[in-house]
Design a protein around this ligand. Sequence first.
Ligand code: CMC
Length: 372
Amino acid sequence: MEEISPGLENVYIKYTELTYIDGNNGIMRYRGYDINELAQKSSFEKVSYLMLFGKFPDEAELKAFKSSINKNLALPDYLKDILRSLPEKSDSLGILQTLLSAKASEEGNYKYDRENDIVKIPEILGNVLSMVANIYRLKSGNNIIDPEPGDSYAETFLKACFGSTDKDSIKSMDSALILYMDHEIPASTTAALVTASTLSDMYSSLAAAIAALRGPLHGGAAEGAYRQFLEIGSPENVNEWFKNNILSGNKRLVGFGHRVYRTYDPRLKTFKKYADILSKTEEQKNILEIARKLEEAGVNAFGKKGIYTNTDFYSGIVFNAMGFPVDMFTTLFGLSRISGILAHITEYVETQERLIRPRAIYRGEKERKYPE
Ligand code: CMC
């Protein structure tokens, strides 16, 4: 007898050599390397290369990879026109989705192949950096620019957004880009895989992924968690807010719980570290204190059910302390996820190519007469 699996829970749709997650023990590794060690010791460019091409780049490969990214920082004029023409109230993730779809319109005859990927993927990484930086610039009342290459992807991005930056912000951004790069196949990557499995182009697959990332159960959680802290306002209000809103069953605690983890999300360790380093103003320290107290209340109440803090609980604090408004959090998550999604879709298309086409069990009326 056919059975459905709601939410595709425990359904496996691909083999992968990219990300390993042990949800019971809070372990996450990219190609066997511990996620926090990568965030500490490596760079976005090296880890992207590792994910995409299966090994760390040597010096010449890294130079070529970075140079291809940097050659693609200038957006075509039509994308700049689209950026300027969208309504002021457009949210930043919606704009990113629109720009990716617009870019897909150029990709009519695109075919996946390894030789082409090495050229195509850095082009996409350069393009998306520029899209996201210019979305931020436009929404904060600045002009659209062609970003100037810095020493690293993180530095180029932050300088394009803010004009200048500092060492702690660059390291935190680089780490965030690595920590958020991949997470096996959550809803967004699955949406990209479904699209890529039809042999659609990479930009279309990314646009599909960004659409799925949007919701509060997925990419929108960092924003939701941060809005919770703002609503609470002060550490003294945490316990009462928790009792009235969460223990009462009125709301779910955002930034808590996960489909895979039954313990703390391992990426938290590094996000917490940078939340601590970057939170310097009284306002930032206040938010961090609220988060810590709320986390304690959440773990006390839900830990026994295997519901713990996920990475989105602290990532918004890091992004905000770098200077980004709440509306940008999901878009920054999207920027970080691009190379991971591209690694998954190339892995899928190259090794297990099969149209993803599940079934639904029909349970409506079997046969009816058209009403005369
Ligand atoms: N607060 C309170 N209770 C929770 C929470 C939470 N955040 N998450 C799950 N539970 C409870 C839920 O009420 C249910 O309890 P019971 O069995 O007594 O009815 C049980 O845990 C299982 O919940 P579920 O919704 O069936 O589990 P799921 O695997 O579908 O949920 C989730 C995963 C992420 C949608 C959920 O934990 C949630 O809604 N969390 C809040 C939003 C959030 O932080 N999302 C970010 C996820 S991590 C980043 C990413 O991967 O994008």
